[in-house]
Design a protein. Structure first.
Length: 221
């Protein structure tokens, strides 16, 4: 979620929706903190290492609209693009990722509109993470996002993009992001991708081993 800083200006691409977007971000993260406390009290293990959240900055959203050939409007930012509100949850163990996933899937006032499990089905380069797109399902819809033309669907809610990872998955993704190998080393890209996948697979194996150890400890409680 690099480069995503909330702008203070009232004249934003999000129109009159910025305050509601911040409330939604805080609502979901607050629910995760409640889950965190409940699990800690029950097992003495904290399932969440940390939570990052943001509303995509004005500049970043306008750049994304231009990149996708969309007009720089609230409709584009909040209907056509689904990551204006973003939350990343970094969990201690792999099973905790799915525990958080189940919590979000049953969160009151929201519905899941898309899920991609890159943990069980890793990307070619070894990337692992669980992706979800949530949408408000209680009548909260963006203001000023009516259909642009007759064929467009009206907005049915605010979207929130969620990424769930273990600590090792997050570390790998952060290091991979900093390498920028596709631009700087195109000749060696195949070898680099192969080595990145090897590192990711080794970390995934460690995740499973640490999970097994944690499960053994829980059996004794």
């Amino acid at each position: 979620m690099q480069g995503d800083v909330l702008m203070g200006s009232q004249e934003t691409i999000y129109g009159a929706n910025l305050a509601e977007m911040e409330r939604l971000r805080e609502e979901v993260t607050a629910s995760l903190e409640v889950l965190r406390r409940q699990i800690c009290e029950k097992t003495a293990f904290d399932p969440i290492e940390h939570i990052l959240s943001r509303v995509k900055s004005e500049e970043s959203m306008r750049d994304k609209c231009r990149m996708r050939g969309l007009p720089e409007t609230a409709h584009s930012a909040l209907v056509d693009i689904r990551d204006a509100i973003g939350i990343r949850v970094v969990c201690a163990f792999r099973s905790d990722v799915y525990l958080v996933r189940d919590h979000l899937a049953h969160l009151e006032g929201f519905e899941v509109v898309e899920e991609k499990d890159y943990i069980k089905n890793a990307k070619e380069n070894g990337y692992r993470s669980y992706h979800m797109i949530l949408r408000t399902a209680d009548g909260r819809v963006p203001v000023g996002c009516e259909p642009v033309s007759a064929g467009d669907e009206p907005s049915r809610g605010f979207y929130i993009e969620v990424q769930l990872r273990t600590i090792s998955m997050d570390t790998w993704a952060a290091l991979e992001h900093h390498m920028k190998y596709k631009k700087q080393a195109p000749a060696n890209e195949r070898l680099i991708v192969s080595e990145l996948k090897r590192c990711a697979d080794e970390l995934a194996s460690t995740d499973l081993s640490m999970q097994a150890l944690r499960d053994l400890i829980l059996e004794e409680l």
